[in-house]
Design a protein around this ligand. Structure first.
Ligand SMILES: [Mg+2]
Length: 387
């Protein structure tokens, strides 16, 4: 079998673009992948065009060797654009291999450890009574783990385009404490600060809550400097959930070996696909760090992440954005007639060959790409801050 064609299709589905990649083979078997570098899809498509130049005609079953060649056969190796392109290729090759052998992808990764994949859901309402009501409805629907909303986040900023961490911190902390009181001790509660804070601000946030209020704190600060997390660890005692932006095992290296994070937010569409994700999972297992995969994209990302979650021992919860508390529209039924479906708060592990996703290409072609730019936030003094 040989790789015949690589097609990248960036399409707006629901509330964001999905960069879908199809690899055709000369035997009629094809595979689908998805790339996760949201907002920079055109850059990833350029990388995919370069890779296609030498992948056409190659054996799609040699996934590990092709990964090495994609990574190492360029002088300027690595980086988020190239790894996002490699991720989509890697997922599509696993889809092909599973279909060719008639097995689900998790069988290619060592077999399933579990019958179903527990998920965590996120509230969408800003901190307040409605956020707590959403959390209660999630608990009633079966969720045992969830992520609360930080104040003045995203479209819920206090002032248009202006984000002041010091306004968000007391409001968020107050409602996290209230949520713990209202929701009880058994539910797992976390929050994603989307790297909006610095080290001192994170400490201020955590110090406003009793220990045990939150079970995990996701991305309080940016990730470029692992030693900043070391400094933060000396100041706060909440487990950290980080890693969704990491591209390759080498970005995880200082975090895993430094025991800096407790939950691994790995993204199979950014880290380098399942090939790289399995290596990071094994390394994390040795440090007793559980995988809590990032999964904000489309059904192909979700399906690939379910196979990954099935095949690793050290797993906590898979992010789902298909809960009753959110409506993002990325799981369009016409475009994806076969896709993972939540069963209460879990995804069942099934035995469909490959990734188990079907794409209606005629419906896909009707969708357009939309240039989307993450909000460019400023502090009240006019300086640039993180989105
Ligand atoms: Mg996050």
């Amino acid at each position: 079998m040989k790789i015949d064609k690589i097609t990248s299709t960036p399409v707006w589905v629901g509330t964001r673009n999905q960069l879908l990649v199809k690899i055709d083979t000369d035997e009629g078997i094809y595979g689908w992948g998805e790339s996760g570098l949201s907002g920079r899809e055109k850059a990833v498509m350029g990388a995919l065009d370069h890779f296609a130049e030498f992948l056409i005609g190659r054996n799609p079953m040699a996934i590990g060797a092709l990964w090495q060649e994609l990574y190492r056969s360029q002088y300027f190796e690595g980086g988020r654009v190239l790894l996002a392109a490699m991720s989509a290729i890697d997922l599509a090759l696993y889809d092909i291999k599973g279909k060719a052998l008639g097995v689900p992808v998790y069988e290619l990764l060592g077999g399933a450890h579990r019958t179903h994949i527990p998920t965590f859901a996120s509230t969408s309402a800003p901190p307040g009574e409605e956020m707590i009501e959403q959390a209660q409805s999630l608990m009633q629907a079966g969720w045992k783990a969830m992520r609360l909303s930080p104040a003045f986040h995203g479209s819920r900023q206090k002032h248009d385009g202006v984000y002041e961490p010091r306004e968000s911190i007391p409001e968020t902390a107050k409602w996290c404490v209230r949520a713990r009181e209202e929701l009880g001790d058994e539910v797992v509660l976390g929050i994603d600060y989307h790297h909006r804070l610095n080290v001192a601000e994170t400490a201020s946030f955590c110090h406003r809550m009793p220990t045990g209020t939150l079970d995990f704190l996701e991305e309080p600060i940016r990730d470029e400097t692992p030693s900043a997390y070391q400094a933060l660890r000396r100041m706060v005692d909440v487990p950290f959930a980080i890693g969704e932006e990491f591209a390759s095992k080498w970005q995880f290296l200082p975090y895993i070996e430094g025991d800096l994070h407790q939950y691994n937010r790995i993204d199979v569409c950014n880290v380098g696909g399942l090939t790289e994700a399995m290596k990071v999972a094994g390394w994390s297992e040795a440090h007793y760090v559980d995988m809590m995969p990032h999964n904000p994209l489309g059904p192909i990302c979700t399906a690939a992440t379910i196979h990954f979650a099935a095949a690793v021992p050290n797993f906590s919860w898979l992010e789902t954005r298909a809960s009753p508390a959110e409506s993002l529209g990325f799981d369009d039924q016409e475009i994806f007639p076969m896709q993972p479906k939540l069963d209460g708060a879990v995804y069942q592990v099934n035995d469909a060959p490959g990734l188990g996703v079907e794409v209606n290409e005629a419906a896909l072609r009707k969708q357009e790409f939309r240039f989307w730019e993450a909000p460019h936030l400023k502090r009240p003094d006019g300086s640039v801050t993180n989105w």
